[in-house]
Design a protein around this ligand. Structure first.
Ligand code: ATP
Ligand code: MG
Length: 259
């Protein structure tokens, strides 16, 4: 299953990706995290890696030569890409958790991020997974990736929504765009919710927009405190809450238990 985690900037996408990845690993699934955010670079640290992987963009020789290099012979020019075929320096591995990154904007005036979108789309399209393997994609903030077709081969979309209405509205747009390209499993997870009362109100706003809610992560001081070190907590309220969320997602897509 390929699931993309989307939402407004700062809503908690990377946090949710890291929590889900750890929980899926704990359940025995093989997990490939795909960092498809061209701006933020800290996901590797949240997943417990000491340094980021070399971006796949470098495998194709950088943004300028993307088109030619995609057509030349390398792993990305294959029609199917299995995790095992990705060269080592582009794929970090630790305790069964794997991480690849598409590419980052590094310099002023280097041009737009469209080539990253193309590479992300093509990589995800060609990526073939084993039955016990999950790809979890940390998407860039907002909705532009839909314009670039990055979700073409995605099975499920998890929208991270926090209480501000603007976050709900971006969530609604993502829901429309994902449903519009035929993705059947589109859910929301509420995040940074400060109270039960606000959870009820936020859930009502989402349900009013026909968005199914698969879970709620309350505002967690532990997450906030770990974030100052660039990490996520390994236990605590959010770690407990994500267990139910993953269970609902896996049953929603009918993914069998590993092994
Ligand atoms: N449930 C939560 N409780 C408290 N703080 C949280 C929670 N979820 C996320 N945060 C904090 O909110 C901030 C943004 O989270 P995160 O980086 O995961 O968001 P993002 O959507 O990936 O952001 P971006 O759009 O910049 O990629 C971080 O400081 C993170 O620690
Ligand atoms: Mg992020």
């Amino acid at each position: 299953m390929k699931i993309s985690v989307c939402g407004k900037g700062g809503s908690g996408k990377s946090t949710v990706v890291a929590l889900l990845a750890n929980e899926a690993r704990a359940r025995g699934y093989r997990v490939l995290v795909v960092d498809s955010d061209e701006s933020n670079s800290g996901l590797f640290r949240m997943l417990g890696f000491a340094h980021p992987p070399v971006p796949l963009m470098e495998l194709v020789g950088g943004k300028k030569s993307l088109k030619q290099k995609m057509a030349q012979t390398n792993v990305l020019s294959e029609t199917q890409i299995a995790t095992a075929h990705i060269p080592e320096k582009y794929l970090l591995q630790k305790n069964g958790l794997k991480l690849v990154a598409i590419g980052k904007i590094l310099q002023a005036l280097e041009g737009c991020a469209c080539p990253m979108g193309v590479l992300s789309r093509e990589f995800l399209k060609k990526l073939t997974l084993e039955t016990d393997e999950l790809a979890i994609v940390d998407m860039e903030a907002g909705v532009e990736h839909f314009g670039r077709g990055v979700e073409t081969s995605i099975d499920s979309v998890l929208i991270v929504v926090e209480p501000p209405l603007e976050s709900v509205n971006v969530g609604q747009k993502i829901h429309e765009l994902a449903s519009g390209i035929g993705i059947k499993n589109v859910w929301a997870i509420m995040n940074k919710v400060p109270s039960e009362e606000i959870a009820t109100r936020l859930k009502a706003e989402l349900q009013k927009r026909r968005i199914e809610v698969v879970g709620c992560i309350y505002f967690d001081a532990g997450i906030f405190s770990s974030s100052l070190d660039g990490r996520i907590p390994v236990n605590g309220i959010a770690v407990r809450e994500i267990k139910d969320v993953l269970a609902r997602i896996l049953s929603g897509v009918g993914m069998p238990a590993p092994g």
